[in-house]
Design a protein around this ligand. Structure first.
Ligand SMILES: [Zn+2]
Length: 304
């Protein structure tokens, strides 16, 4: 299926947003606003969003899926600054980043007219843009959660045809790394030891990047862990992290009602014990995870 000229041009504009990304620092503000507007378009046929709704929903998305920066999540940054990428317009003029102007009187934001028109004409375009953005910003453990949160169907989006660049990247990633990581960790979860198999092959055990692949994390043995599906997800969501390359920490943001759920607290301070010869995570990748993913504070830092 070949995208029309207008579609590929829109795909290009919406997925090459100006980022002030440096040194692998995560900055998902603009992509998350575009995803939210795509969800709105999929549900209502228009990307038009009231600022009051964006303030609440994008604020929540940034808190939940953004990097663990201190302070407010600042949804007003992308809501005003996405205009400079020539893909976004506001119903009245507002200075960049001005929360007070946005709150003064009602204002809506939406894609510029030619993008709205292209989305209307090509029913597959929403899924293509959403897929490119979500795969660029998040690991596959989290991508479906982000899509659901913005009102898009993860099954539909993630099964859509990606761009050639993405497909190539996927091929490149499909290397021996996963196999090597599972072997290195004896096909068991580095955190809990789960080592289930079905028909002789590991099941529910995955190779996890410590520094995310899409943020400069290499396919190396010291940037990976074998983790069970649950702990992989909790690690990528920043619920689990490392105090040092051998010691697990649990985020204070985690809570659970059942005994089963509360059992996660037992991992706090636990030292991982790989079999002899297994390469431990490199401190630089652990540091990246601590700065960009882990939801501080850890349990031990909690004020008593
Ligand atoms: Zn586990």
């Amino acid at each position: 299926m070949s995208a029309t000229g207008a579609s590929s041009e829109v795909l290009e504009r919406l997925t090459r947003l100006r980022q002030h990304q440096q040194d692998g620092k995560r900055s998902p503000h603009k992509p998350l606003l575009v995803l939210l507007a795509l969800g709105q378009f999929a549900q209502t046929g228009s990307s038009k969003l009231e600022w009051s709704l964006v303030e609440e929903r994008l604020g929540r998305l940034l808190a939940e899926f953004g990097p663990p920066r201190r302070g407010a999540p600042h949804p007003e940054f992308p809501f005003t600054r996405l205009r400079s990428d020539l893909v976004w317009q506001l119903s009245r003029d507002v200075p960049n980043d001005s929360l007070s102007s946005l709150r003064e009187e009602p204002v809506t934001g939406q894609f510029v007219n030619d993008i709205e028109a292209a989305l209307e004409q090509d029913p597959e375009l929403v899924a293509q843009v959403a897929r490119d953005l979500v795969e660029e910003q998040f690991p596959l453990t989290i991508a479906p959660d982000v899509l659901s949160a913005v009102g898009l169907d993860p099954d539909l989006v993630l099964s859509s045809a990606g761009t050639e660049v993405r497909q190539e990247e996927r091929r490149r990633r499909n290397s021996a790394w996963r196999h090597d990581i599972l072997q290195a960790w004896d096909r068991s979860c580095a955190f809990c030891g789960f080592d289930g198999q079905a028909i002789g092959a590991p099941v529910g055990i995955e190779a996890a990047h410590i520094r995310w692949f899409n943020f400069g994390g290499p396919d190396e043995l010291d940037n990976g862990l074998a983790l069970c599906s649950l702990h992989h997800k909790l690690f990528d969501r920043g619920v689990l992290g490392f105090a040092d390359p051998e010691t697990i920490v649990v985020s204070q943001t985690y809570s659970a009602r059942s005994e089963e759920g509360k059992r996660l607290y037992d991992f706090h301070g636990k030292v991982i014990k790989p079999r002899p010869g297994t390469v431990l995570p490199a401190p630089e990748y652990v540091d990246w995870h601590t700065n960009e993913v882990f939801r501080t504070p850890a349990l031990q830092d909690a004020p008593i």
